[in-house]
Design a protein around this ligand. Structure first.
Ligand code: UD1
Ligand code: CA
Length: 459
């Protein structure tokens, strides 16, 4: 007979302030490559928790719920410790009739679903009432120390501040990662027994180890060696070092997949970005959000992308692309800025110091120099002269500019929206367009040049 699948729920502890981060936002919202720590924890835990995912929040809780509106939260008003956080959540977890509860600290973002899966398997196989993932560190720092007896059996987790070097001098540098698997029925009677008789006067989840052993329950530490995935983030140093580890891991993975990442130590790529093999990227360069870069794209140095979708285009140096799409054979930059809602079709040319927002440029359109195009629809083969500005804002509302196929906009023109320029129309340089220009017409609206004789007589 097939074994019944165990019901596993996950509880993420994220109520603490993270005092050592010196930030006004809660620690779990600090970012690694553009995503909050919690985002990473959700990515991995949701793959192993088959029966629900809850997060304990407290400090800065509105910021967290705003950031993750679809998650289930449990509020811990006073942060009296990790054990207290579990006590607060217990009724909710019990109501879900779980077999096991996976508890993860919200400040351990890099733990992978694979690591969690293998930990859960080992803990369930071993029939543990309580299991936790441990790791070995050269410098155990502020981590809770794993105490084993001579037979190698786990006896306790002792927090760094309560650790008596004399008493435990024979211990290895094995520490607690803050990831636990609890057998719901077996651990239930122990919860009320947690106390706060320790250096920080907090209720520690780690005290469950001793309580379980006293109750003659099975406790296992699953040691993951020096797996860097399990490092917690408590300080600025830990944040930037973890980010650097993640950055390098991601970049190396894409290089192995066939992406040419030159000067790769200065390239930052978010975890959600997807890049096709053969794409050429030169650092320094930053690619964030759910960006997608298709085969044939070439990205020069100093570009910053955020949720960009690139076809086989060329980005010249110092171009910034946010929530924008760029088609095949299109070239952008140097020094171009595409803001949200910009869409460049195929064979488009956008040159230096051009800013585009919420606008579409259709095939073969060109805006080579010093231009602002906002809320506009630019037809095929349109030429936008240097210094063209769409005046899309009247102080209260935004208005659209439509330029039909084949139109030619002379340099230094202003297009006061809402306005339309017809097909093949030509706008003379320096024109301020305020009314519709019919197709195939020439429009000039500027002061006619007058040449007057020089007043001063030549000597
Ligand atoms: C904790 C463990 C330690 C382990 C380390 C691994 C305890 C007592 N210690 O220490 O053994 O080596 O993690 O990184 O658990 N939190 C709450 N409510 C609270 C207090 C904390 O939700 O009342 C949350 C925090 O937001 C954080 C997590 O629990 O995400 C861990 O808390 P933290 O204060 O960082 O514990 P550590 O001192 O790192
Ligand atoms: Ca921590």
């Amino acid at each position: 007979m097939q074994k019944k699948e165990k019901k596993i729920g996950a509880l993420i502890l994220a109520a603490g302030k993270g005092t050592r981060m010196y930030s006004t936002s809660p620690k779990v919202l600090q970012e690694l490559l553009g995503q909050p720590l919690l985002w990473y924890v959700y990515e991995s835990t949701r793959q192993v928790a088959n029966s629900g995912l809850w997060t304990v929040i407290g400090y800065g809780r509105e910021q967290i719920t705003d950031c993750f509106p679809d998650q289930q939260f449990i509020v811990q008003d006073k942060q009296l410790g990790t054990g207290h956080a579990l006590q607060i959540a217990w009724d909710t977890l019990r109501a879900a009739r779980l077999d096991y509860i996976l508890v993860c600290n919200g400040d351990t973002p890099l733990v992978s679903a694979d690591t969690l899966r293998s930990f859960i398997c080992q803990a369930v196989e071993a029939n543990s009432a309580l299991a936790f993932l441990s790791l070995e560190l050269d410098n155990p720092g502020s981590y809770g120390r794993v105490i084993r007896d001579h037979a190698g059996q786990v006896r306790a987790i002792v927090e760094a501040r309560d650790f008596d070097r004399e008493k435990y001098k024979e211990q290895k540098n094995e520490v607690n990662s803050g990831i636990y698997l609890l057998h719901a029925n077996e651990i239930a009677p122990l919860l009320a027994k947690l106390d706060n008789h320790n250096a920080q006067q907090e209720y520690y989840i780690t005290q469950l180890v001793e309580l379980a052993l006293q109750a003659r329950l099975r406790v296992n530490a699953v040691c993951a060696g020096c797996n860097k995935e399990l490092l917690g983030i408590n300080t600025a140093r830990e944040l930037v070092e973890t980010e650097e580890f993640l950055r390098d891991t991601i970049v190396q993975r894409w290089i192995d997949a066939g992406v040419r990442i030159r000067n790769h130590s200065q390239v930052r790529i978010s975890a959600q970005t997807h890049i096709a093999p053969g794409v050429d990227i030169c650092g320094p360069c930053e690619i964030y959000g759910a960006s997608k870069i298709e085969a044939g794209a070439v990205i020069a140095s100093h570009c910053v992308l955020n949720n960009a979708h690139l076809g086989a285009c060329q980005l010249r140096p110092f171009s910034h692309i946010e929530r924008a799409e760029i088609g095949t054979k299109t070239t952008v930059g140097p020094f171009a800025r595409l803001r949200p809602g910009s869409c460049l079709d195929d064979d488009v040319r956008v040159g230096n110091f051009v800013e585009i927002k919420n606008s579409r440029l259709r095939s073969r359109a060109k805006a080579g120099h010093l231009t602002y195009l906002g809320d506009s629809d630019i037809g095929t083969d349109v030429n936008i002269g240097a210094g063209t500005i769409t005046c899309n804002y009247d102080g209260q509302k935004k208005h659209t500019t439509t330029i039909a196929n084949g139109a030619f906009i002379g340099s230094n023109s202003s297009l006061v929206a809402p306005v339309e320029v017809g097909e093949q129309a030509v706008i003379g340089a320096g024109t301020v367009v305020t009314k519709t220009v019919p197709e195939q017409h020439l429009c000039i609206a500027r002061v006619r040049q007058t040449n007057l004789p020089h007043r001063k007589k030549k000597q």
